[in-house]
Write a protein that binds this ligand. Structure first.
Ligand code: PEP
Ligand code: MG
Length: 328
């Protein structure tokens, strides 16, 4: 496995027509960071900060959080790391909030989780904001909010950071050089509000794991439904294409950080509807970089447009045949 990673580490993900695709990796533990050098990923497109919260019996203290975030940034060097603020609650239960979460949640994925929880437990959000700002002193900080459902939730979350930033400024502490705020698009309703949301953001990352479960109303954890709907269904791809098209001219960097992007045909489909940044599981980074190099984007874009115009076509079969014909 190590050898497989090493052989693809230095592959630069340029398409045949010369477009650079950003291939980033998803992470959540300090130990995951060694994969950055091993895979040659362009950075961490999703750092799931809740892992530290999930393995802890009590709410992680500020010093512990700061240490983790600083270690992660040190390990990343010049490469960007997008820290996602905690996505706990729902199925990601933590002992110190368990009773409160369970009390309300018959339907945990749609429940009191992520930003919904964090904005009401403001202490939790404040401590995390302060830890991230301190850890990134003197460097760039990328912060992303999960499960944003309405634009005001982004504003409220960012306000917590602004307040902590103001506090650190009064204390004359070293601040991050630049802070980039972004949102995850996981809740379909948010896609109707991009005209309001995008001007607030520097990046948007589509969480296709949650997004597809909400689009199809199909629990992502239910094995009986695992095979029923396809990531390559026209409904998902048309939705994702519309998001991409709505963002043209906004200057907002749009990517996908769901597991979908780590699969061959799915990655092709995403490139074919305009996506140029994927954040995926580390094991997929090498194979997807190699795939990118075999693609002619103009040809793929035209093929995807044809297939999506005729939703009777089986996109999985079409893409598989298209790839096979080109030895992709
Ligand atoms: C997603 O929902 O696609 C995502 C990347 O977040 P998570 O898998 O952690 O819910
Ligand atoms: Mg999610």
């Amino acid at each position: 496995k190590q050898a497989a990673y090493a052989s693809l580490r230095d592959v630069e993900p340029f398409t045949r027509c010369g477009t650079r695709i950003q291939v980033m990796m998803n992470a959540g533990l300090r130990d995951d960071m060694s994969m950055l050098a091993m895979t040659g990923a362009d950075g961490v497109g999703l750092f799931r900060t809740e892992f530290q919260f999930l393995v802890s019996a009590t709410l992680p203290q500020r010093e512990r959080q700061t240490r983790l975030y600083r270690d992660v940034l040190d390990a990343a060097g010049d490469k960007p790391v997008i820290f996602r603020t905690v996505d706990i609650g729902g199925d990601k239960s933590v002992p110190y909030l368990a009773s409160e979460v369970a009390e309300h949640d018959e339907n945990p994925a749609m429940g009191w989780r992520a930003l919904r929880l964090a904005l009401e437990r403001e202490g939790l959000m404040k401590v995390q904001a302060r830890s991230l700002l301190e850890a990134a002193a003197g460097r760039s900080l990328y912060v992303m909010f999960p499960m944003v459902s309405e634009p005001w939730e982004f504003d409220a979350a960012k306000a917590v950071f602004d307040e902590q930033l103001a506090y650190l400024r009064t204390k004359k502490r070293l601040l991050p050089e630049r802070i980039h705020f972004g949102a995850m698009l996981e809740v379909p309703a948010l896609a109707e509000m991009l005209d309001v949301l995008l001007p607030k953001l520097s990046f948007l990352s589509i969480g296709t794991n949650d997004l597809t479960q909400f689009l199809f109303a199909a629990d992502r954890a239910n094995p009986k439904l695992a095979e029923r709907y396809d990531w390559l269904s026209p409904s998902i791809l048309r939705f994702l294409r519309r998001v991409m098209q709505s963002s043209i001219g906004s200057g907002v960097d749009i990517g996908v950080c769901g597991e979908m992007g780590g699969r061959r045909l799915e990655a092709l489909a995403l490139m074919g509807i305009g996506y140029r940044r994927l954040s995926i599981t580390p094991a997929a980074v090498g194979p997807i970089k190699e795939l990118v190099r075999k693609v002619d984007l103009a040809e793929l874009t035209a093929a995807m447009a044809d297939w999506l115009a005729d939703p009777q076509r089986n996109l999985r079969a079409e893409l598989a045949a298209w790839a096979a014909e080109r030895n992709i």
